[in-house]
Design a protein around this ligand. Structure first.
Ligand SMILES: [Cu+2]
Length: 173
């Protein structure tokens, strides 16, 4: 091996080391900034950034809230209303897409009529949907689930993801 080649190899090696140090420093500062800004409690308007973490095609590899950092974005903040359809069997039904937040996130039901709400399959933060008020908890990671509700009195009931970070409401009129 000539001297020139050795020098070239050393130069390449030096650049590799510098690049690695820069990458480590960048990652460390990112982690620090993330921790300083609250870590496990991201801002409610951080939805676009956190949405990527919910990509259903990426599976659910540790994307739950426990890991800190971008978890639930808290929803887009936009209200999307959807009204249930009364079927011939006397049950009102509506489907909710839960893949990237609840769509619709304001579900309108008629009072005094039993209802079935079908939530789509969902992962990560939205992998579970629940309501203490209406007493349901469903795991959406294993597929879409239909929640059966009795005839409800008029009022507004809330539901959320399993960590109570993304919310929707059921408005019964
Ligand atoms: Cu969540």
């Amino acid at each position: 091996m000539s001297i020139q080649n050795t020098t070239a190899n050393n130069t390449v090696a030096r650049y590799v080391v510098i690049a690695a140090l820069v990458a480590v420093a960048f990652f460390a500062s990112y982690r620090f900034a993330n921790a300083a800004s609250g870590g496990a409690q991201p801002a409610f308007n951080d939805y676009a950034a956190t949405q990527a973490a919910y990509d259903p095609t990426a599976g659910d590899a540790g994307s739950g809230c426990g890991g800190g950092g971008g978890c639930c974005g808290g929803g887009s903040g936009e209200t999307v209303e959807g009204a249930a359809t009364l079927d011939a069997d006397g049950i009102q039904r509506i489907s909710v897409d839960a893949t990237t937040g609840y769509n619709p996130n304001v579900i309108k039901l008629a009072a005094g009529v039993p209802a079935e709400i079908t939530f789509s399959e969902a992962y990560g933060c939205l992998g579970q949907v629940m309501s203490q008020e209406l007493n349901f908890f469903e795991d959406l990671q294993t597929g879409a689930k239909t929640v059966s509700l009795p005839a409800l009195e008029a009022g507004t009931y809330s539901f959320s993801c399993g960590m109570e970070m993304v919310f929707g409401s059921i408005v019964v009129e």
